[in-house]
Write a protein that binds this ligand. Structure first.
Ligand SMILES: C[S@@+](CC[C@H](N)C(=O)[O-])C[C@H]1O[C@@H](n2cnc3c(N)ncnc32)[C@H](O)[C@@H]1O
Length: 431
């Protein structure tokens, strides 16, 4: 049993309380850094033995993390972590300390160190991340299905040592963490044994497989922390005991416009998996730059989902697998016409899964899962999962909602059928 998480309103009240003394950006930073400090002390990822009991102790943990591993140096950068610019008064600390309590409400469940709740906490604490950048965590059960439809077949094709995946709007890393675990334990289906890999080698391989980028410097830093914290906990070591040559490959970048970021190299990834932002860009200058860079899809009042789709296709290798959970607004509005009639038909669409009836926490916009291969269309079959009814009421456990369960079962039974056909045809030699 995991401890219930404070409500979105309770997170907002905490920020209002702290912001009175340090302003909103430092308030969010203090509130979240205290959560990170609890997380790494609880899981023995740093040498500090005591849970944070003062603002100084939070700063001590961040300082240790920053020197523990080159990928975490950003914990000392005030642009990503504004708490360095504003000391927290004692009465504000008392409110913050009371909020996280012993820190057990940050646990993801027995034996899990992945930091899902740390990601959720950042979303709940930062109104700026939610409103200006559309941060909305992708639940792990959705990430799992997206990866089954993309990273898994890509790995079957090119092999676990070679395969590379990217999420170019990775937020705090919910999809990356799931991909990391999938890459770490990959065994080709149907094969009883694969080459034996030590824990170290499987973690190193998974860190090499998984790549991400996000506009939000703190979200990118948190995704790096989560990858390394999980790696360290699997090995039962502190973060500073991980090899310094291992890197958490997550960049802070404007993925749509930054052409100099090496991790955003075009044509490199066998699987591109994302839940891109759906908002329209408020800043007119930015909107024009994006329109110029993506003239084929950015028409009218385009949401970011459309240029992100083109970006995802361009990041993939020829034939690469692209899976996205995105807004379905392009199907209903004029800005989607060019996208549907001219852009999408150039690619091999594999799946269209209507998720508009599923309850996905935080995702108020109706969604769809699109799965493509980056090559001209092959054959004349696109598999669709069509919605019939919406969720009758908000499910207690969204991962087990009636609509989502029906979708996941439909997809997995079709995948199983296809695998069986492939296995039979390879045995009999019939194509
Ligand atoms: C729907 S959220 C993705 C959440 C992520 N899958 C997770 O579970 O944490 C969209 C993300 O896109 C990022 N974003 C928005 N515009 C971006 C851009 N131009 N380049 C890179 N990331 C961007 C936001 O910061 C946000 O984290």
């Amino acid at each position: 049993m995991t401890t219930p998480f404070p409500s979105a309103r309770a997170h907002e009240r905490l920020i209002q309380r702290l912001a009175d003394s340090v302003g909103v950006p430092a308030a969010v930073s203090w509130a979240h850094a205290a959560a990170v400090a609890h997380h790494c002390v609880r899981h023995r990822l740093v040498s500090v033995p005591e849970p944070p009991n003062s603002p100084d102790s939070v700063r001590r943990v961040l300082t240790e993390l920053a020197s523990a591993h080159p990928s975490l140096a950003g914990f000392l950068d005030p642009r990503a972590v504004p708490l360095w610019t504003a000391p927290l008064p004692a009465d504000s600390w008392a409110a913050l300390h009371g909020f996280w309590g012993t820190g057990n409400l940050l646990d993801d469940g027995p034996h899990r160190v992945d930091g899902y709740r740390l990601g959720d906490a950042y979303q709940a604490l930062s109104a700026d991340a939610r409103k200006s950048r559309a941060l909305c965590q992708t639940p792990p059960w959705i990430a799992e299905l997206l990866l089954e439809l993309s990273l898994e077949p890509a790995t079957d094709e090119v092999g676990p040592q070679e395969v590379r995946m990217i999420d170019p709007a990775c937020g705090t890393g919910h999809i990356l963490l799931q991909a990391f675990h999938d890459a770490r334990v990959y065994r080709r289906r149907g094969r009883t044994s694969g080459p034996f890999l030590s824990r170290e080698a499987s973690i190193e391989r998974a860190l090499q497989t998984v790549t991400g980028a996000d506009l939000d410097p703190y979200a990118a830093l948190l995704a790096r922390y989560r990858l390394l914290a999980t790696s360290a906990s699997i090995l039962h070591v502190r973060v500073d005991q991980l090899p310094r040559t291992w890197t958490a490959q997550v960049a802070c970048a404007n993925s749509l416009l930054d052409r100099n970021e090496p991790l955003l190299g075009r044509g490199r990834y066998h699987a591109v998996v994302s839940n891109p932002p759906y908002i329209t860009v408020a800043d007119a200058q930015q909107r024009d730059l994006i329109r110029k860079a993506y003239p084929r899809v950015a028409a009218g009042k385009f949401p970011l989902a459309l240029p992100f789709c083109e970006l995802m296709f361009s990041l993939a290798t020829p034939g690469g697998h692209v899976a996205q959970l995105t807004s379905n607004s392009f199907m209903k509005r004029e800005f989607g016409r060019k996208f549907i009639e001219q852009f999408l038909p150039e690619f091999d669409m594999r799946w269209v899964i209507d998720t508009s009836g599923a309850y996905i926490p935080g995702h108020g916009t109706p969604t769809v899962i699109l799965v493509h291969r980056v090559r001209p269309p092959q054959g004349d079959t696109v598999i669709t999962v069509r919605g019939v009814n919406g969720e009758p009421s908000i499910p207690e456990d969204p991962a087990r909602g009636k609509v989502w369960t029906a979708i996941a079962e439909a997809v997995r039974s079709r995948l199983a059928e296809d695998r069986l056909k492939d296995a039979l045809s390879s045995m009999t030699g019939i194509a």
